[in-house]
Design a protein around this ligand. Structure first.
Ligand SMILES: NC(=O)c1ccc[n+]([C@@H]2O[C@H](COP(=O)([O-])OP(=O)(O)OC[C@H]3O[C@@H](n4cnc5c(N)ncnc54)[C@H](OP(=O)(O)O)[C@@H]3O)[C@@H](O)[C@H]2O)c1
Length: 318
């Protein structure tokens, strides 16, 4: 077990730069756990990372790794870790540190929780990044309350498809903005209204108490859709113009009452366990577009990049 398979890339580029290579199998430190990874989601963040669009936010030398979330089982626990047992199926999100698309992963024990027992690894991983991001954005950042009008922009994607469900859990009237191929399932997830982003102008969507923006462009136009007291939570920016995007977010906190809030999530055990509870009660349901084997990781990236995703592309490792 000295070496393990891992998805690597040696330069930024299109999905063909990805390769399955090998890395030394990591060893957990005192507060860490070793996870044998079973499934990893393909996230919008992975495409940004691989293509080089993260710019200065990307750290470390080549070869670089991909994958920000995981479901797997503990195979070893650090000396200071208590309350966990090997063999337990867990899940988590690495945040900005990529590298979960590998056979083994070392992660601090505070960043994992038991995965939902009612779901397969592939189903579960489709919920973990979207679930933790949507709860943080809608409940903890926007303080969305029952009866408010919520716009989920990017409703067909990994985060958006869970955000629609979280919006309904919180009692909002949910409008999902998605490509036409996603309308049926976004409605089936509970959206009260759906609109096609390719044919509907933002100004024609009405007004909102809360906007969750999973796309990042047209920030000023989105802000104009807010009612008095309205809140936008941006989980991404326009990576073609990142400085301008961040400047708009900053300016919104100084000028006018319609502030755009931005966060970059790093969910810990308590939040992960909450999402586990929602999934086990059936309040959050997984939406898996396609499960890809590890050696087809290039296809998985290509499929997400092509557009029209329905929930999540997932890569199976074992
Ligand atoms: N801040 C955080 O903590 C955090 C956490 C998770 C994700 N993120 C970021 O959030 C973004 C979304 O992530 P994701 O994993 O959900 O990506 P994803 O699965 O690729 O979903 C993006 C969705 O947006 C749709 N879309 C594209 N342009 C649109 C537009 N103009 N209007 C409405 N919808 C549009 C896409 O539809 P088509 O496929 O039909 O084009 C797709 O369904 C990424 O940039 C990611 O890095 C941030």
């Amino acid at each position: 077990m000295d070496e393990m398979r891992a998805v690597l890339f040696d330069r930024y580029g299109d999905p063909d730069v990805l390769r399955v290579g090998s890395l030394p199998t990591p060893t957990p430190g005192p507060d860490e756990v070793l996870v044998r990874v079973q499934a990893v989601g393909v996230n919008g963040a992975d495409l940004l990372n691989r293509s080089g669009r993260l710019g200065l936010a990307a750290r470390g030398p080549f070869p670089k790794t991909v994958g920000i979330d995981f479901v797997g089982e503990f195979t070893a626990l650090g000396a200071s870790v208590s309350g966990l047992r090997t063999g337990e199926r867990v899940w988590g999100v690495l945040g900005r540190r990529a590298g979960s698309m590998a056979e083994y992963l070392v992660v601090p024990s505070r960043l994992v929780a038991p995965a939902p027992r009612n779901l397969s690894a592939e189903e579960a991983v489709s919920l973990v990044t979207g679930g933790t991001t949507a709860i943080t954005a809608l409940r903890d950042t926007a303080h969305l309350t029952a009866g408010e009008r919520l716009l989920v922009r990017g409703a067909g994607g990994g985060v958006g498809s869970v955000a629609v469900q979280v919006g309904k859990i919180l009692g909002a009237h949910v409008v999902g903005l998605a490509g036409a191929s996603g309308h049926d399932f976004v409605r089936a997830l509970g959206a009260d209204e759906v609109a096609d982003y390719r044919t509907t102008a933002l100004a024609d969507l009405g007004t909102f108490d809360v906007v969750l923006d999973a796309v990042g462009t047209q920030q000023s136009r989105l802000r104009r859709l807010l009612r008095p007291g309205g809140r936008t939570v941006a989980i991404t920016v326009d990576f073609h113009r990142p400085l301008r995007s961040f400047a708009t977010i900053l300016a919104s906190s100084v000028f006018g009452g319609k502030r755009i809030r931005f966060f970059s999530g790093q969910p810990e055990t308590a939040l992960l366990a909450e999402i586990t509870g929602y999934a086990e009660r059936g309040d959050l349901v997984p939406v898996v577009d396609t499960v890809h084997p590890l050696h087809r990781v290039t296809d998985a990236h290509r499929a997400l990049e092509a557009g029209g995703v329905r929930g999540k592309h997932v890569v199976r490792l074992s």
